[in-house]
Write a protein of this length. Structure first.
Length: 356
């Protein structure tokens, strides 16, 4: 309104000067300025009165580099807008609102990095061509989207160790079945052996329950995420993508477990990917921190995939008794067993047993 008031004051001053000094030539610009200021203000106010802006966004979660839809719908009030623009900070550029009462914008946005993205609100600007008066309407304040790490294929580097790494989900040590100990009960999974059904519970509650065996979790492949001292943010992102990709790959081939920083126990991910959604979200929020404790991993029987953003294996990895694979970005330790998400995986063999 200051520019409108200034233009009116200038027009009034020129008209007053024309009256005071008897100069007819000042009437035309003075009156024109006042009419222009009043007309522009009335037009902008009429267009802004009842105007609206709606922004419809895609789901609350999206994978990196996947298209995420955004739709904007802008409507003016009583008349079409004299000028202005429709702006969304998610994209470069804008759409002109000049002479339009309705404007729509459809976008397909991609995010390059995982984590929470807080979206700046979209803006509808209604203004006159001389920018004397402007009205702004915002939409989407406080909106967020969680960007999940992208899933990449696991590619074996030929036969030998590479094939063993990719097929590790089905490789369960023979001694895992030598001794079966019931740890707890869980709902019966379709396809599980009938010998695991706990019939006393079925008779008591009428629901199929099966024994959950210690050997199940101990013999599954374990993916360990170690975000200790990453070389940079890009390296940590690559390591998280590699961990997510390994989890999906191994889970679909028989199941695996995932151990994240701060967790005391690994979370099992079955072939149906039942727990994967929650773990995928947690992987998106991984930050640099202390790695998982080695002491809780020494009894594992299944293969251990140690995924880190450090340039080399951490101390203590040699104490683990299971088959070990070191996975990291930009590492060079001879021929890789497999590659995934820009990271290379190297077979370290079984750990050394400590003397009794």
């Amino acid at each position: 309104m200051l520019r409108v008031a200034g233009t009116l004051a200038l027009g009034a001053a020129m008209t007053g000067a024309a009256l005071l000094f008897g100069s007819p030539s000042l009437y035309v610009p003075g009156i024109a300025l006042m009419v222009l200021a009043v007309g522009a203000a009335l037009w902008v106010l009429a267009a802004a009165n009842g105007a609206s802006l709606e922004r419809e966004i895609g789901p609350r979660t999206v994978e990196e580099e996947s298209e995420w839809p955004v739709a904007l719908t802008a409507r003016t009030g009583m008349v079409a807008a004299p000028g202005g623009e429709l702006v969304d900070p998610l994209v470069r550029g804008s759409l002109s609102m000049a002479g339009r009462s309705t404007r729509r914008m459809r976008l397909a946005v991609t995010f390059e990095r995982r984590g929470i993205r807080r979206l700046e609100p979209a803006r509808l600007l209604i203004a006159d061509p001389l920018a004397l008066l402007e009205r702004r309407i915002e939409a989407g304040r406080g909106q967020e989207v969680l960007v999940l790490p992208r899933i990449h294929p696991v590619v074996a580097a030929g036969g030998g160790d590479g094939a063993a790494a990719v097929a590790a989900a089905g490789a369960r040590p023979a001694e895992a079945s030598a001794e079966i100990e019931m740890e707890s009960l869980r709902p019966y999974r379709e396809g599980a052996p009938a010998s695991r059904i706990h019939w006393p519970t079925v008779a008591r509650v009428g629901t199929l329950m099966e024994r959950r065996l210690l050997a199940d979790s101990d013999s599954q492949p374990l993916v360990v995420v170690d975000p200790t001292h990453p070389t940079d943010e890009a390296a940590l992102d690559m390591a998280v993508r590699a961990a997510a990709s390994l989890c999906v790959h191994l889970a679909r081939r028989g199941g695996c477990s995932l151990l994240l920083p701060g967790d005391r126990r690994a979370v099992e991910i079955g072939p149906d990917l039942g727990n994967w959604t929650a773990m995928h979200v947690r992987l998106a929020l991984v930050e640099p921190s202390a790695g998982p404790p080695f002491a809780r991993l020494e009894s594992r029987r299944g293969a251990i995939f140690w995924v880190t953003a450090c340039p080399g294996p951490p101390r203590g990895l040699e104490r683990l008794q299971a088959d070990r694979y070191f996975v990291g970005p930009g590492v060079a330790r001879g021929r890789a067993a497999f590659t995934v998400a820009g990271c290379a995986g190297f077979a370290l063999g079984r750990g050394r047993r400590r003397a009794a």
